[in-house]
Every structure is written in C-alpha cells, then in structure tokens.
Design a protein around this ligand. Structure first.
Ligand code: HPA
Length: 271
C-alpha cells in the first residue's frame, strides 16, 4: 500500500511542477469553486497510476493543480464514496497521496440532511466535529507511519480555520450554522426514525462522505476544514421525499456563498 502511494505521488511530482500546500475535495456544492481555479495541470483519474476510477455517471474525475485565492492548490474533482463499492483504503487513497505531496491543509465540502430543528434548506453548516457511523474504519489494519496507532480526535476540525471562517462569513454577511456531521454508509437517505435517532445521538447534519478523508488527513497531521450544505431536512414534521436531483439543486443555489468562504479562507492562509 505504502509503495503504491509513494509511486503515485512520484508520478504526480514528475508530471507537474506545482507544489501546493493546500488541497480541496470538491464535493457536491463546490463545483463552482472548480471553475475559479486557474488550472496549471489536470490529470484524469484514469491516467494516474493506482488511482481509483470514479464510477459516477458522466464524471470521469480529475486531479487539478492550479491557483485559487492567490495560492497554489490541488483539487480533487470527484471524490470516492464508500456506497459506490470502494473500500475505505480506496476512498482515502487520494488523501494519503496528498500527504506524500506535502499537503498541509485540506478543505472539504458535502451536501447533507439537516437534523437540527434550527436549520433550513440552503443553510451552510461549518463542521465543528463529526460522528463516524461508517461500517469500516479508514485506519483499520496495520498502522501507517504517518501518525500514531491510536490517534487523538479531540480537534479533528481545526479551530483556527473555524474562527477564520466565522469572521469571513460575518464580514461578507453570509449566514452560517455550525454543527456535528454524522456520516453513514448510504446510499439510502434516512427514514424519519433514523433522522430522529441520529439527532438524539448528537448529529446536526447527516451525509455519506467526508469523515473517512478527514480521519486519514488528521492521522497524517493535515489540518482540515469542512462545510456542509443543508439540502433537505430530517426534522420531525418537515420530512418530505428527497431525491439526488433535489439535493443537487439545493446545493447549487448556495454554491457561490460556500465558494466565497473557501476562496477567502485560502487567500488568508500563510504560504
Ligand atoms: N441523508 C444522507 N445524506 C444526504 C442527505 C440526507 O438527508 N442529504 C444529502 N446527503
């Protein structure tokens, strides 16, 4: 595994002169940010040795190197979800490669169902913490030398980045919520009873991604920041039928605001 990761990182280093310290995983809702990256080099996943190949229709997936907010960035256009059939080592492989490439901070976004009764569709939620309800742990197996066997998780989401994001939101008049992201394996959305249970357990939003990547990044000492777009509500009395199309539509509507927070945050990072 380690050999594969290093081989992939080596291939990337040979194919781009870009050496970013910041990586972005463009989940649902960050497509717009992708369009703002001044692309220097881009590689379809299918060209990168050992990279998983995205199964989502119409999305081949690309790894992009370029500039955003005046900084060098690398961006994954298309993430790997557990529900697609990948195992957790595959889901988090790109994050391992990021570490080998010298990435110091990772920015992620996702679409999620809101369970906190104060939330509304279209809200942005700064992720303050998470609950890992996925069936397989990304660090299962022999420990990687990037971090300890039993990693601390007391600050999985970097407090300094959270504070910067709050300040940016306030300066720009963007309404943001804050809360705990609970990750399930999907691909089903929740039954009303499940939304209720996940809320009782401490989740403010529920989704099918992000947590595996954040755990591995944290184990590698990469600082992480994440935002969820609340695309539907899992709140008693407000639950209606939900589809992937509606999730995408709701995410699209607030993309510009989310992109603004990410871009401003990246612009304020030290080089
Ligand atoms: N549940 C799980 N994942 C989701 C949801 C949801 O309600 N909305 C968007 N992704």
């Amino acid at each position: 595994m380690l050999q594969k990761i290093q081989q992939t990182a080596e291939w990337i280093k040979q194919h781009t002169s870009s050496r970013p310290h910041t990586a972005i995983i463009l989940g649902t809702g960050l497509g717009r940010l992708a369009a703002e990256i001044e692309v220097v080099d881009a590689f379809p996943y299918s060209e990168i040795p050992n990279f998983p190949v995205s199964t989502v229709e119409g999305h081949s997936g690309r790894l992009v190197f370029g500039r955003l907010g005046g900084k060098e960035v690398m961006a994954l256009e298309g993430r790997f979800h557990y529900y697609e059939g990948y195992n957790m080592k595959e889901v988090t492989f790109p994050v391992r490669v990021m570490y080998e490439l010298g990435i110091k901070q990772l920015f992620v976004s996702n679409a999620a169902g809101g369970m906190n009764p104060d939330f509304e569709i279209g809200d942005l939620m700064l992720i303050t913490d998470h609950i890992n309800f996925m069936p397989e742990h990304p660090l299962h197996g022999p420990n990687f030398p990037t971090g300890p066997r039993f990693p601390d998780m007391s600050e999985a989401y970097d407090k300094e980045f959270l504070q910067m994001a709050r300040e940016i939101a306030q300066e720009k008049g963007i309404k943001v919520q804050e809360g705990v992201y609970l990750a399930t394996q999907g691909p089903t959305f929740e039954t009303p009873a499940e939304y209720k249970m996940y809320h009782i357990l401490g989740g403010d939003a529920v989704g099918m991604s992000t947590v595996p990547e954040v755990i591995v990044a944290h184990h590698c000492g990469i600082r992480t920041f994440g935002i969820s777009i609340i695309t539907d509500l899992g709140v008693e009395g407000k639950i209606v039928e939900v589809s992937h199309e509606e999730v995408q539509k709701a995410a699209n509507a607030v993309q510009p605001l989310m992109a603004e927070i990410f871009r401003s945050l990246i612009a304020r990072l030290p080089e």
